[in-house]
Design a binder for this molecule. Structure first.
Ligand SMILES: [Zn+2]
Length: 498
């Protein structure tokens, strides 16, 4: 990008080494989770933390900060230029507010705490992990105080993942969403809906065959393989080294093949956000997604709204029947019900579209209470189990299936969970607006023609990268906020249709 404003050009030039360090870290992170031999862990840890320090030093260097300050005073900036200043100012001020000792304490606790959490989860022993959770929460409370907030300390943590997000916003969201989801779930379970019936397609599979299926499905979505690749890792993720080198991973547990397919489509949705960002934003602070919620809206749109829709299942059904012997007699409807099976259960990552956000609601309530000083760490497991029973009608008997199931808290990620729900809500807003504009939407999916859908996403969302903050972006593009009504309507229509 070349600007007419000399200060912006200076900023973008000075940003290149900062971007490059992040690029290297990103590549190392991808390598760590895919191909690095285990033996390299310790030295990689050294290199990684040194690169992070270097990144911070460059970003907070006097000259660079002064440049950004003069950028803040510049007049007649374009939206892209304002976005660049906004993003840099946000990063710099957050890092300046949190003292070095606190950042180091958090990094240390997340390494040690994460190791203890792993063991505690294996042994299903919350007591073992409790002192570390206590310590991490104490650190995050300090962080929240240093970062600052207007109303609720938790706001300071939410903002890190979703710019401008507050407890006030989320109370409004879950106040509507939670009871409606409970109602939809109850109706499905009580009526013995076909969506709730166990499918005989849930069984062991040949990994090579599902790998082939995943590749065929990505082929249908027509990804540019010159700029994109797929590998395997324990936990699937998307990592964009740049706008022209975007990588996803998938996983093969060996049973229940829909999980591998859904996860591949999910990550492909994330990848598309980067692949369709405007080329002019490359190597600038505004390339890529504007927030975690918006990022997740893209993955969920493809994974669920497209990937689990009837026309999409009809499209991939012949491929599935051909690859998997045990599915060769399955009808399109069998496959549709299999992909959309609803089952209240303990584990968030395995949850269906109806119950998923109830899992998030539970974590949101707990996090809000912790940072509002309404819940002690020792009370979390009991609160968890009781509330699970109320929300989903199931209650885990072991902490490994309850409070110890997610890695987030041990890594200091408080304020992260709600962005999953925001992603779901925004994906439904997008689907609704898109279908109003694209008459052939269903027909195109059935025919495997995704060009108009991809173009729509590129024009309305992807090309802007993070030029706009998520809230103003939703307002100006869709005239909406994180409105849960679209998602509720989407679920009602889908699950009442059977
Ligand atoms: Zn995701």
């Amino acid at each position: 990008m070349i600007s007419e404003n000399p200060v912006i050009n200076q900023i973008l030039d000075a940003y290149k080494p900062i971007w490059s360090v992040a690029h290297a870290s990103s590549l190392m992170g991808w390598d760590f989770q895919t191909y690095m031999p285990k033996g390299g862990t310790e030295e990689r840890g050294v290199a990684d933390s040194q690169l992070q320090l270097l990144h911070k030093e460059l970003l907070l260097g006097k000259d660079f900060v002064a440049l950004v300050e003069s950028g803040k005073k510049a007049e007649h900036l374009s939206d892209e230029e304002k976005g660049i200043i906004r993003m840099l100012d946000r990063n710099i001020s957050r890092q300046l507010k949190v003292p070095k000792e606190l950042t180091e304490a958090e990094a240390l606790e997340s390494t040690v705490g994460n190791m203890v959490w792993r063991e505690a989860r294996e042994k299903s022993d919350f007591k073992m992990y409790e002192p570390h959770l206590q310590n991490m929460i104490a650190i995050k409370k300090h962080v929240a105080n240093k970062v600052g907030y207007e109303k609720h300390p938790y706001d300071a943590l939410l903002d890190e993942f979703e710019e401008g997000l507050t407890v006030n916003d989320l109370d409004k969201v879950f106040g509507v969403l939670t009871p409606k989801l409970q109602k939809i779930l109850k109706k499905l379970v009580d009526s013995g809906s076909p969506f709730c019936k166990e499918s005989n397609l849930t069984q062991r599979y040949d990994i090579q065959k599902v790998d082939e299926l995943n590749r065929q499905i990505l082929g249908l979505l027509q990804f540019d393989m010159e700029r994109f690749r797929v590998d395997v890792s324990t936990h699937p993720f998307t990592d964009a080294m740049s706008l022209n080198d975007v990588r996803i991973t998938t996983r093969y547990e060996g049973s229940d093949f829909k999980r591998s397919i859904s996860s591949t489509i999910h990550e492909a949705g994330h990848a598309l956000y980067h692949l369709q960002c405007d080329e002019s934003l490359s190597v600038t602070p505004v390339e890529g997604a504007t927030s975690l919620g918006l990022h997740e809206s893209q993955s969920r749109f493809w994974e669920n709204i497209v990937g689990k829709s009837r026309p999409f299942i009809q499209l991939i059904a012949p491929l599935i029947r051909k690859q998997l012997d045990f599915a060769n007699q399955a009808t399109d409807n069998d496959l549709y019900l299999y992909f959309n099976n609803v089952k209240p259960d303990y584990i968030r990552v395995d949850a269906d579209e109806v119950t998923y956000n109830l899992h998030v609601a539970l974590r949101y309530e707990i996090e809000k209470k912790i940072f509002g000083e309404e819940l002690a760490v020792s009370e979390i497991p009991q609160y968890w189990n009781d509330r699970m029973e109320e929300l989903l009608g199931v209650s885990p008997t072991e902490d490994s299936q309850g409070v110890l199931q997610d890695t987030h808290w041990s890594s200091g990620l408080f304020g992260y969970f709600p962005t999953y729900t925001l992603g779901n809500l925004v994906s439904a807003i997008i689907a609704s607006k898109m279908q109003m504009g694209l008459e052939e939407y269903q027909e195109n999916i059935r025919n495997g023609d995704f060009t108009s859908i991809k173009d729509w996403l590129r024009l309305k969302i992807h090309r802007y990268g993070s030029v706009y903050a998520p809230k103003p972006f939703l307002r100006q593009t869709f005239n909406e906020d994180y409105n849960p009504d679209y998602f509720v309507k989407y679920l009602e229509t889908k699950y009442e249709a059977q």
